[in-house]
Write a protein that binds this ligand. Structure first.
Ligand SMILES: [Mg+2]
Ligand SMILES: [Zn+2]
Length: 213
């Protein structure tokens, strides 16, 4: 499984590709920022000993996974471009995180990351939508059926630009006048999960197909 994870941005910018139209049964995803949503944001976290999961994260991811959602992490990792840590450090931590979540019953469908320095003005660093577009293309996800959970307005912006209609800001005290239609605020991932499951209790493409018949 680990080999299936995205290992970096592809040479072709995601936004220049044409995406196949969404097919019936294509499933939505929960796009998750990493630092500040899954783990404490201590700044440029790249070692396992600095990676501290926030309370309720495993349980929340499992509940979302059980409900049929694909779980996709989208994370800016400019520490690589800044020379603060190596790509290999990120991969090591990512593999550990993926195994941990899989053991908790919440396997991730993918981890997409931007390794670039902010000055590179790439198309994948959030608030650009590149990571989400690439994930949707590669994993066959329906962005219109997806949610995004982030702890910064730039996360929500990336979701909005990618066409993800429902976005939840957690662990933040942003002024409400900075929110757009479709943005919501929740205390943490557990509270966001509650919102998601209340809105869409079960998300299974199989059952949607049956309903279409
Ligand atoms: Mg964050
Ligand atoms: Zn990038």
């Amino acid at each position: 499984m680990i080999d299936d994870y995205q290992s970096g941005p592809s040479p072709v910018p995601a936004s220049t590709r044409s995406r196949p139209p969404a097919e019936a049964g294509e499933r939505g995803a929960i796009f998750l920022d990493r630092d500040g949503v899954l783990n404490e944001d201590r700044g440029f976290v790249h070692r396992r000993e600095d990676f501290h999961l926030l309370p309720g994260v495993r349980e929340s991811l499992r509940a979302l996974s059980d409900a049929g959602w694909a779980l996709v992490v989208v994370t800016n990792q400019s520490g690589i471009g800044r020379g603060l840590y190596e790509l290999a450090d990120f991969h090591r931590l990512t593999e550990w995180m993926c195994r941990d979540f899989a053991r908790a019953g919440a396997p991730l469908s993918g981890v997409y990351f931007c390794p670039h320095h902010p000055d590179a003005h790439c198309r994948c660093r959030k608030p650009a939508p590149g990571l989400l577009l690439e994930a949707a293309y590669e994993l066959g996800l329906s962005l219109a059926d997806s949610w995004l959970v982030g702890d910064r307005l730039t996360d929500l912006e990336a979701g909005r630009l990618a066409g993800v209609p429902r976005r939840v800001l957690v662990h933040a005290c942003a002024a409400s006048d900075q929110l757009h239609e479709g943005d919501q605020v929740a205390a943490d991932l557990a509270a966001a999960t509650q919102k998601i499951l209340e809105t869409s209790p079960v998300h299974r493409p199989e059952s949607r197909r049956e309903c279409d018949v």
